[in-house]
Design a binder for this molecule. Structure first.
Ligand SMILES: Cc1ncc(COP(=O)(O)O)c(C=O)c1O
Length: 382
């Protein structure tokens, strides 16, 4: 497939290889947002069904992307909110602990830390070995070995947000099922670019911010909550999540029952007249390309770059143990990384620095020539 840059409105001289920071806006998403703005011009045209129909359609499209049911999807304002909704519903038994991977994104880290403090439960952060050889394999092994019947939950990103380390979700999910451990996954850096299957990986909750690989708006999240959370207590009580919510004239016949599945975890005003159509446009585009195609495209445009970097002695994780849409390039300690970033910036290459690695995160709007330019600049700099 050719670069899909024409579907976006990036400046023509900009090399934006930073989808893990935030995706650029699709033209279709921008148009959908503008139509969304206009919907409030005349509220007389807004019928009760308009508060729910787009939400349900968007949930369905997301559900299909992760092999879940539409009714198990909820709308959040951010990943932090979605994670909190899951974590606070994990019951605590005396003597239990919780597990996280080291340097997990703060949205998961802080939510889990609060649960641990409230329950006086230890929080175990599982990290990799220092050596680069076999790093991902041993990290996965360490995670698996740390899970026991005393583990209340494992909270982790599907791939590491800093360098794209691929966690063995299937093995971890199986281990969690064996030990009755809740498996809560942050898919913000994964879903939309890498295949995801909540059923195959036995994930209990999967939370995603929408502004990265889902090509959606900022200030929104979308999440899956499985069977384990079906009777949980949400962190707020939106009337929209009650079974009688469509019946606007009878809302004070306070209906105690929630809509089935995960609906209870949706934020208030989840209709999002402007943002929901933007997210739907993002999901439509991803579904039309196909997630496997996105991953293969990213692999294709970055493979010569990765080969050159390895020839220069820089560490990039083995191909089968990392993602292709997000990966780290570990820089030598002596290198002045800030100066390198400045040099990249002056060449209009936009990337992120995470820890001591450069994080490269392309998508369908990039092409191989941009990675060639990046190769040249890094080679000159070393
Ligand atoms: C793994 C991960 N989760 C979540 C987020 C965003 O979190 P929130 O929606 O809570 O701001 C990011 C942003 O970089 C991320 O990398």
């Amino acid at each position: 497939m050719e670069s899909q840059r024409h579907l976006f409105q990036l400046p023509s001289d900009l090399h934006y290889i930073n989808g893990a920071y935030m995706s650029p806006l699709l033209r279709t998403s921008e148009e959908a947002g503008i139509v969304g703005i206009a919907r409030k011009r005349n509220p007389a045209l807004l019928e009760p069904r308009h508060f729910f129909e787009d939400v349900e359609r968007t949930k369905k499209k997301f559900a299909e992307l992760i092999n879940a049911r539409q009714m198990d999807i909820a709308i959040n304002p951010a990943a932090s909110y979605g994670l909190m909704n899951a974590i606070q519903n994990v019951p605590f038994k005396h003597g239990q602990h919780a597990i996280i991977v080291s340097e997990e994104f703060p949205s998961g880290h802080f939510a889990l830390q609060r649960w641990c403090k409230e329950n006086n439960a230890p929080l175990h952060a599982i990290g990799p070995v220092a050596e680069t050889d076999g790093r991902t394999q041993t990290w996965n092994q360490r995670i698996l070995e740390s899970i026991s019947i005393d583990t209340a939950m494992v909270v982790m990103s599907a791939i590491h947000w800093m360098d794209g380390t691929k966690f063995d979700l299937e093995a971890i999910g199986n281990r969690c099922a064996e030990t009755n451990t809740f498996f809560i996954v942050d898919g913000s850096q994964t879903v939309g670019a890498l295949p995801m299957d909540v059923s195959q990986y036995k994930i209990d909750a999967l939370i995603c911010a929408t502004y990265k690989w889902l090509l959606g708006p900022y200030s929104m999240g979308i999440a899956y909550y499985g069977e384990q959370f079906a009777k949980g207590i949400p962190i707020e009580e939106s009337w929209m999540n009650r079974s009688n919510a469509m019946d606007f004239s009878n809302l004070t016949v306070y209906d105690e029952s929630y809509k089935p599945g995960a609906a209870r975890y949706s934020t208030g005003e989840a209709t999002h007249l402007i943002q929901m159509p933007m997210l739907e446009a993002g999901l439509d585009q991803i579904r039309s390309w196909g997630v496997e195609v996105i991953q293969a495209y990213c692999k294709n445009i970055t493979s010569s770059f990765v080969t050159s970097m390895r020839e220069l002695g820089l560490f990039v994780e083995r191909d089968d143990q990392r993602a292709f849409h997000l990966f780290g390039l570990r820089l030598p300690d002596h290198l002045d990384t800030r100066a390198l970033l400045a040099e990249l910036k002056s060449n209009k290459i936009v990337l992120s620095l995470r820890g001591n690695s450069i994080r490269v995160s392309p998508n369908m709007y990039n092409d191989e020539s941009e990675l060639k330019l990046l190769t040249q600049i890094i080679s000159n700099y070393l």
